[in-house]
Design a protein around this ligand. Structure first.
Ligand code: GLN
Length: 197
């Protein structure tokens, strides 16, 4: 069997960083902007950036419904920050009328940390990894609520309690932070293992 082709949704955001991280791991990575490009991939990464812009562009490129359809029928996907928002079934504090793609049975709170501190970095312990990752949070969401099939892989403590910042549901993975920034590829490795497994 040929190795899986991993698409990176390339409408906006840190596309290059994801392609580089995947390529460094020996994966076959390609950008996705059009429906025929989406049809050709076995898995998809949804980058960090601006979720409202990505949804607008996805609609303009005729990609919104094809994305929803593939996610609804089991496309493995990895969303980081804005990508986590896109994968979420439900959103709070979104822009007026903000839509998502869905697939992941979670509620995200957009710009959640912004009420305390806009952007920050720090070590995050992730279930399944021996050493913490360096989490880069930029106007990040957190996970407000998870469905029964969702495993919380990491949490961050704030003044008002602990909030999930990395989750997994089957072959869907999402983080509030940006593993594509820096050279720690363990979360991309984890995703590739999910795709292959
Ligand atoms: N706040 C952004 C959004 O709503 C996400 C920020 C990011 O991806 N770094 O899409």
């Amino acid at each position: 069997m040929p190795p899986p082709t991993i698409g990176v949704l390339a409408l906006q955001g840190d596309v290059r960083e994801h392609v580089a991280a995947l390529t460094a791991l020996g994966a076959r990575a390609t950008t996705v902007r059009r429906p025929d490009e989406l049809a050709a991939v076995d898995a998809l990464v949804l980058p960090g950036g601006e979720s409202t812009t990505m949804v607008k562009l996805a609609r303009a490129f005729g990609l919104l419904e094809p994305l929803r359809e593939r996610l609804a029928t089991g496309l493995p996907a990895f969303g980081t920050c804005a990508g986590m928002i896109l994968l979420a079934d439900r959103i709070v504090d979104g822009a007026a009328g903000q839509e998502t793609l869905g697939g992941l049975d979670i509620t995200v709170r957009r710009n959640a940390f912004g009420r305390q501190v806009d952007s920050f970095e720090g070590p995050v312990a992730v279930r399944g990894l021996d050493e913490p990752v360096h989490g880069v949070f930029i106007r990040a969401p957190w996970v407000e609520q998870v469905g029964a099939g969702v495993e919380v892989l990491a949490r961050v403590a704030t003044d008002d309690g602990e909030h999930p910042v990395a989750v997994r549901q089957g072959r869907l993975l999402a983080t509030s932070f940006h593993p594509e920034v820096g050279d720690d590829s363990r979360l991309h490795r984890l995703f590739l293992d999910l795709v292959g497994g």
